[in-house]
Write a protein that binds this ligand. Structure first.
Ligand SMILES: NC(=O)c1ccc[n+]([C@@H]2O[C@H](COP(=O)([O-])OP(=O)(O)OC[C@H]3O[C@@H](n4cnc5c(N)ncnc54)[C@H](OP(=O)(O)O)[C@@H]3O)[C@@H](O)[C@H]2O)c1
Length: 344
């Protein structure tokens, strides 16, 4: 018997990607239900070659749902994930609401799949921030080999990471600038078209932004609490895929050749690294793909055991939808969940 899967936030960037990936990977679902806010009730969304009519969250009965893939933001998750979990469905949540809760596992299957076993405490599993997911996939094989001491990362994050309204804003502003009209700013505090903004999420007391704090806290929870990390997160006028310039200091020696070989065979990683024009990945090419791409691997000679690299991945896929579905697959493959008996 297959599973009943609810996709909450099905009209959003991540939700639509979840529906595509469920169909692409032939996820063992007998039924998939698309759910969003009351505003979207009755709207059509695609699931493979089928069309689903969106249902409203507030009226939905989750009692026979097995897996709920939630991507409707923190406020919705705070209210609904515990309720849905209490009805016996496992909630895999894309928001930041539960990531730092000690009773909720925060999972990137290539990195810490074993930690998933503790999910029954709340019936909630958290998916990391999009920038963290691709970063830890690339750091894990290097950490296993040479033990990471410190990481310095600068992110170049696409507008899709801020939701569908943010993509519309880049589109509108670009068109306005080409037709010599005034640019309207709603979603971002400064113009995003033909610009970059060194600010994502709210400012914290120490001067870092919450997005930067999230990468630090999540890398510690997923990979190793001893790793020191500092981040600068920047929004760039790219629609899909986040890029990261990463400098790593290791406890033990590791050569560029060793790193390249390790990353070439690591799960989820794809190395594209020729030292010639175009011999690297750009966000445009990573969009729609599953891999975490690594390019520009080189020695960072400013520290004793140092490497520098360029990491790119589709933030809507590995950074959100794909990772959530991989977590669900992990639960099924490890026989940690079973489909509920459904009424005939
Ligand atoms: N985009 C990324 O790269 C990324 C990566 C990791 C995590 N996330 C997280 O994933 C979540 C969704 O992001 P997104 O980019 O998909 O946002 P989005 O494009 O703005 O979509 C938001 C979705 O949530 C639904 N929603 C909003 N309020 C709701 C309510 N009261 N009840 C039910 N549904 C409601 C919306 O439905 P309506 O259309 O009906 O309003 C829509 O389906 C966020 O928490 C985000 O932080 C995003």
């Amino acid at each position: 018997m297959g599973f009943k899967v609810a996709v909450v936030g099905a009209t959003g960037n991540v939700g639509r990607e979840i529906l595509d990936i469920l169909a692409e990977r032939r996820f063992p679902a007998d039924e998939v239900v698309a759910i969003a806010s009351r505003r979207s009730q009755g709207v059509d969304v695609s699931y493979g070659d089928k069309t689903l009519k969106v249902k409203a969250l507030e009226h939905y009965d989750f009692s026979d749902v097995d897996i709920c893939l939630m991507s409707a933001g923190s406020a919705v998750s705070k209210e609904w994930s515990p309720r849905i979990g209490a009805q016996g469905a496992v909630v895999i949540d894309n928001s930041s609401c539960w990531r730092y809760d000690a009773d909720v596992p925060l999972i990137v299957p290539e990195v810490n799949a074993d930690a998933v076993v503790s999910f029954r405490k709340k019936n909630i599993i958290a998916n990391p921030n999009c920038s963290t997911a691709q970063l830890v996939v690339a750091l894990k094989p290097l950490h296993d080999k040479a033990k990471i001491k410190r990481v310095v990362v600068a992110t170049y994050q696409s507008v899709s990471g801020a939701g569908k309204d943010a993509m519309d804003e880049l589109d509108r502003q670009t068109k306005a600038l080409y037709s010599l009209q005034d640019v309207e700013m709603k979603k971002f505090p400064k113009r995003i078209a033909f610009n970059v903004i060194p600010h994502i999420d709210v400012f914290m007391e120490d001067g870092y932004t919450k997005e930067e704090w999230k990468i630090v806290a999540e890398t510690k929870k997923i990979l190793d609490p001893k790793i020191k990390l500092t981040a600068t997160c920047v929004r760039v006028p790219v629609f899909i895929s986040h890029s990261e310039a990463v400098n790593i200091e290791f406890e033990n020696p590791i050569t560029v050749e060793e790193a390249r070989a390790l990353l070439s065979s690591a799960p989820g990683c794809l190395v594209i690294d020729k030292r010639e024009p175009g011999g690297y990945i750009t966000p445009h090419e990573a969009a729609g793909e599953d891999a975490t791409y690594i390019s520009r691997i080189r020695e960072d000679a400013t520290v004793e055991n140092g490497l520098a690299m360029w990491v790119v991945s589709d933030n809507l896929r590995k950074g959100a939808a794909l990772n959530a579905i991989q977590i669900a697959e992990c639960l099924i493959n490890r026989k940690l969940i079973q489909a509920k008996q459904k009424a005939a």
